[in-house]
Write a protein that binds this ligand. Structure first.
Ligand code: GLY
Ligand code: MN
Ligand code: MN
Length: 456
């Protein structure tokens, strides 16, 4: 099955070039002044149990600025007579450690293959960092990631030694650079979009594989395994976020994660799963009938969510506010639920955020930025005003309706009891029409019914 699925996936794109990493850093340093020291720490690795670690995933800002994905690294950027200097501190070559834990690029490898001007062993980080700090005036670093770095920087800020008194050296202020980097990350380059397109293709075809592998009696975790197995088979690093695989009323729990129920005849399953490729996420949700045919009631809700999603995608255009897709999805869903007799309010009443009945069945936002983080960085309301969409931004569009008959807070319509539908795609804003990166994942009723339960 995986070989048949793999044929449908586009080829792996070229990695991000060293020139592009240099451009990214240049865009950042163009906002800085001599005397600034930028410090980008990597995340610490996390223990799974005893001496077993979780697979390592570094900070997205580290990936964005230099593409280094090994643990313990620190990137610094400081100004010298030669301009801005990028220095990477990395785990040094160490044969014994490499025998146990895997090969390391080391200092020489970093200098050869990555977009940096200097590289040092992380064993020398404290000494070299103190030198960099003493010749800086302002440190740009996000705290709370590496406590050892936090301490070094704090000590340096607090130091009142003779060098500072004589020469006025050492930092006097600190800034979190996250917002500046987020502004850059919000607008994706063509090379980034190619990584996202590949993650999206793999994720789309993984959903198709799961649809084909669906039948009554399947366990939710078996469909999860189909999807995540294909993520690995296709050469991605795995999931971008834990897969949500819920059939029947489990689909009405937004962040359902147990994935251990049996898929029953007559139920609809909701799967929200996306792969990560070279750090870039895809985020797809599809909902399909376990027996391959939607009932009339299921079809009514499915088609309404799909209509809302298509209308919302059409609002992913330059110049429109980021929340235009959300407002459009809410409007279509509310109108549809009024027509179906689920909501007995006027449209305006149904849409009211406090008292409207739409919130009973649709309680989340319609999307979020996506990129190196599945919920990617970038403020939605800079200066309090909704951000206007621009070419190169990528956002998800994911309306849904959830009729949890188990909920004590609502009177669930019997016709739709325990039905949860969400349809989610990742959409690139372009000068022309919205570009649905996850378009390879089928979503019309007809397509889904033609695929579900049928082998490749
Ligand atoms: N999979 C997480 C989300 O859809 O936001
Ligand atoms: Mn999402
Ligand atoms: Mn999702």
């Amino acid at each position: 099955m995986y070989d048949a699925a793999l044929k449908l996936v586009g080829s792996q794109p070229e990695p991000i070039s060293v020139e592009e990493y240099a451009r990214r850093v240049n865009r950042l340093t163009a906002q800085l002044r001599p005397g600034d020291l930028l410090v980008i720490p990597s995340s610490p690795s996390a223990v799974h149990s005893n001496d077993v670690h979780y697979p390592y995933r570094t900070q997205s800002d580290m990936l964005y600025l230099v593409g280094w994905d090994e643990p313990e690294a620190v990137l610094t950027v400081h100004h010298s007579d030669d301009g801005w200097i990028r220095t990477l501190f990395v785990q040094p070559k160490d044969t014994l450690k490499e025998i146990w834990e895997g090969r390391r690029p080391g200092v020489e490898g970093a200098l050869k293959g990555w977009s940096v001007d200097a590289a040092h062993s992380c064993d020398d980080m404290e000494e070299k960092m103190n030198e960099l700090l003493s010749s800086s005036k302002r440190v740009l670093m996000r705290t709370g990631i590496r406590s050892d770095l936090d301490s070094l920087v704090m000590q340096s800020l607090e130091r009142r030694d003779r060098a500072r008194q004589h020469f006025g050296t050492g930092p006097t202020s600190m800034e979190d650079p996250s917002a500046r980097i987020a502004e850059l990350r919000l607008r994706k380059s063509p090379a980034e979009i190619e990584q996202m397109r590949f993650a999206s293709d793999v994720s789309s075809i993984a959903h198709v594989a799961a649809m084909r592998n669906t039948k009554p009696g399947r366990m939710e975790y078996q469909l999860q395994a189909t999807i995540e197995g294909f993520f690995a088979y296709a050469g991605t690093s795995g999931w971008a976020y834990p897969s949500i695989v819920g059939c029947g009323d489990n689909a009405t729990v937004l962040h359902y994660h147990q994935n251990n129920d049996v898929c029953e005849d007559g139920e609809v399953i909701l799967i929200d799963a996306g792969a990560e490729y070279r750090g870039y996420a895809a985020d797809i949700t599809r909902s399909w009938p376990i027996n391959g045919r939607f009932s009339e009631a299921q079809k009514e809700i499915y088609q309404l969510v799909l209509d809302a999603q298509l209308a919302a995608i059409d609002k992913c255009r330059p110049g429109l506010p980021y929340n235009a897709p959300h407002d459009e999805a809410r409007r279509v869903l509310a109108e549809g639920l009024i027509d179906l007799g689920v909501i007995e309010q006027t449209l305006d009443e149904a849409l009211d955020l406090e008292t409207g009945d739409l919130r009973k069945w649709y309680m989340h936002n319609t999307g979020h930025w996506i990129g190196l983080d599945v919920h990617d960085v970038g403020t939605y309301k800079p200066n309090g005003e909704p951000r206007l969409l621009e070419e190169g931004m990528v956002l998800t569009v994911e309306p849904g309706l959830y009729f949890g008959a188990w909920r004590p807070d609502v009177d669930c319509p019997e016709r739709y009891a325990n039905l949860g539908i969400r349809i989610e795609d990742d959409v690139l804003v372009t000068a022309n029409n919205p570009d649905v990166l996850t378009a390879a994942c089928p979503k019309t009723v007809e397509e889904i019914e033609n695929i579900t339960g049928k082998p490749f």
